[in-house]
Design a protein around this ligand. Structure first.
Ligand code: ADE
Length: 244
């Protein structure tokens, strides 16, 4: 079984429509949708926003369903200025940007576990499925939808993702993050919490993020529009292939 988590229903809605033999289980105020995606057993769940919500959801998912892997998919705000709305980031490293127990521990270090970042295992099949999605982009996203968000052809990068309990929508905060984490690709609110839980339970995990906004003062407008209209088509396009 593969566990698939998003923070919001909008991010998984299209994928949920093609999960067959669905059974629902409510645990700790989350609904886990168990079923089949092609031949693969899957369980889908919306975590809600933030690191605690993501940790609750992931812990219950592992304890109840014992998945062989967890994939988190959702949107993020770009910090790297070369990233545009619609681009894809597959995490090769994750950090909790609001963790700061200095001077007792280094900034970003999670106290007592001796880690400042989390590294997901390499997953060539997922990388291939993301590349295939990119190659067949306009079979998933219409030309009109792409035009509305000024998407040419999305780029795909592997990079550092930072998570924190903060929606970033100003250039000053963005610059602070850039100074602290010079290689940072994008920011979101759950990925590094999922990573910490998965590492604690030795469950392989991946975090896929689609750029919905540029973490600037237009982010509160770009983010909901992109999330409602586009985000779940990415999750469907990539994971429908991955679960073949
Ligand atoms: N998720 C999507 N956009 C975001 C932003 N700007 N800040 C934090 N999380 C996000």
């Amino acid at each position: 079984m593969i566990g698939i988590i998003s923070a919001m229903q909008d991010e998984l809605a299209a994928l949920l429509t093609i999960v067959t033999d669905q059974k629902k289980l409510v645990l700790g105020q989350r609904t886990y949708y168990q079923g089949k995606l092609n031949k693969q057993e899957v369980v889908l769940v919306f975590s809600n926003w933030g690191k605690v919500a993501a940790a609750i959801t992931t812990t219950q998912l592992i304890a109840h369903f014992n998945p062989k892997e967890i994939i988190f998919t959702g949107v993020a705000g770009a910090i790297d200025p070369t990233l545009a709305i619609g681009d894809l980031v597959l995490a090769n490293s994750l950090v909790q940007h609001d963790m700061d127990a200095s001077p007792l521990f280094k900034k970003h270090e999670i106290p007592l576990i001796g880690k400042s970042s989390f590294t997901p295992p390499k997953n060539k099949l997922l990388q291939d499925c993301i590349a295939a999605f990119q190659a067949s982009y306009f079979t998933h996203i219409s030309k009109e939808e792409a035009k509305e968000f000024n998407i040419k052809l999305p780029t795909v990068v592997m990079g550092l993702i930072a998570s924190g309990d903060q929606f970033i929508s100003d250039v000053q905060t963005q610059n602070q993050l850039k100074n602290q984490l010079p290689n940072l690709s994008c920011v979101e609110m759950e990925g590094a919490a999922v990573a910490q839980v998965c590492e604690a339970y030795e469950t392989p995990y991946q975090v896929i993020r689609i750029i919905s906004d540029k973490a600037n003062d237009n982010a509160p407008i770009d983010f909901p529009k992109f999330t409602q209209k586009i985000a779940s088509k990415y999750a469907k396009g990539i994971l429908e292939k991955y679960c073949n």
